[in-house]
Design a protein around this ligand. Sequence first.
Ligand code: FE2
Length: 323
Amino acid sequence: MSDYSEVMLAKINPEAELPADVFIFLNGKHVKFKNKGDVLGKEKYDLFMAKNVKSIYVESDLVLEFMDWLTDTKAEDIEDMVKEAGEENRDIIEDSLALKEIVYEVFSDEKLTPDKIEAIQGHVEDFVGKIQKDPITAQAIQAIMARNDDIAAHSVNVANLAVFLGMAVGHGHSFVLENLYMGSIFHDYGKAKIPAEIYANPSHPEYDHWIKQHPENSVKIIRKSEGISDQVFNIMLQHHEYYDGSGYPEGLKGSNIYSLAQIVSMANEIDNLLTQTKSLEVVERYKKVVEMLTMGDGTKWDPKFFPRVTQAFRLGFIGKQEV
Ligand SMILES: [Fe+2]
């Protein structure tokens, strides 16, 4: 009988070809899940998260080789992104990838504890300190966003976009940027906690109910832990509220919506639209997203900052010649 060694799922690129067979631990046994040469598949990650699965297993005599492969694929991935975004963005790219791993692990844990929140908060403070000195660029965000779209990756993408857009409309204080970042990281936490059998099955009779509830769910679960500010709670709770009152869960209108929640709402919409338009070529994709955002003159967002945010997005992500 073989021995098995545990490997953290968060460290594996879901789209890379596996160098060995991998196993999951099910009902007291190791069961083969994927063969050597297969990919894990990003669609599986959210499901793993919903089931609180944090690790997969490889046969112990292959684990050293597997770990080398992990190190190599990660290094290659970083080099590709640096090539795309420029050497000056290496630090931000490495930080975002590290944060993605932490977020995956924390979200797939059954319980959220104050020490885990503190770990993320510490990371966010460092990150915000860096981008205040040297603002986060569209190139870096773009390179990071081109990767996976599971909940952990989405959370980091939305956070990067939200601080980019927040800074573009004049927010510069650490406190505000940290709240924007933390609120974005946790905005879909409640989604990660939807029971796996419902989350995996959109035709389930309770699916819509759970989706509608996810902002409140995040807050309910996290309230039991400590260390999160009211501003962050408001972002989580209101990231699907729209200025014209058409959002959820409360259908709040206009200035009743917390302004930072509106920025996260836009960042969230942008990342979702980018995922939906993946089949298009890059520049076309970003143009399409601006077109979709401005449909209906952006009545979903506060007119005080909506034009400035879309302008900043256009300038950063499409380029001056296109504006
Ligand atoms: Fe959401």
